[in-house]
Design a protein around this ligand. Structure first.
Ligand code: SF4
Length: 155
């Protein structure tokens, strides 16, 4: 898996102070996508074991308290990303007690395969669906267009 950006301290992608990872790879090709540079799987730079360890360390940092981890892109549920994202979300739930996980995907929840659903089982919040330019609404929180749905599984 490749990624474009990792923000160890972020306050705009989800509630509270968070760690946020933007991964590479997206098949959805939404018109008006704000992040087209992330579409190609081989764009960005490799997601390493060192970065995975750093995310866990940042989430457990007691100086700057984070509420949790946000995963966006690109699409964290692109089939090529799923094994890496699954490993990461499992670690967060096992090693970072009390931290929540938010994930943005262009798939609708009803379209997910079994491997993608396994990732979802570790999430607290998921925002699903493609960005639809005709339904763009700047007043919405955490989503770009009104067709997208915020699934709150635990919070
Ligand atoms: S799902 Fe997100 S990243 Fe992918 S094309 Fe649509 S808006 Fe862009």
């Amino acid at each position: 898996m490749n990624y474009h950006k990792y923000y160890p301290v972020d306050v705009v992608n989800g509630t509270g102070t968070r760690c946020t990872l933007f991964v590479s790879g997206c098949i959805h090709q939404c018109r008006g996508c704000y992040n087209q540079s992330t579409w190609k799987l081989d764009s960005g730079i490799p997601f390493t074991q060192e970065l995975e360890d750093k995310i866990i360390e940042d989430l457990n940092d007691t100086e700057i308290k984070r509420q949790g981890l946000s995963l966006s892109g690109g699409d964290p549920l692109h089939p090529n990303n799923v094994p890496h994202i699954l490993k990461l979300v499992k670690r967060v739930k096992n090693e970072c007690p009390g931290k929540d996980i938010w994930l943005w995907t262009g798939y609708k929840i009803s379209e997910l395969n079994e491997a993608q659903k396994e990732v979802v089982s570790y999430l607290d919040v998921m925002i699903d669906g493609k960005f639809v330019q005709e339904l763009k609404d700047l007043s919405l929180h955490w989503r770009g267009s009104s067709n997208q749905i915020i699934h709150r599984f635990t919070i």
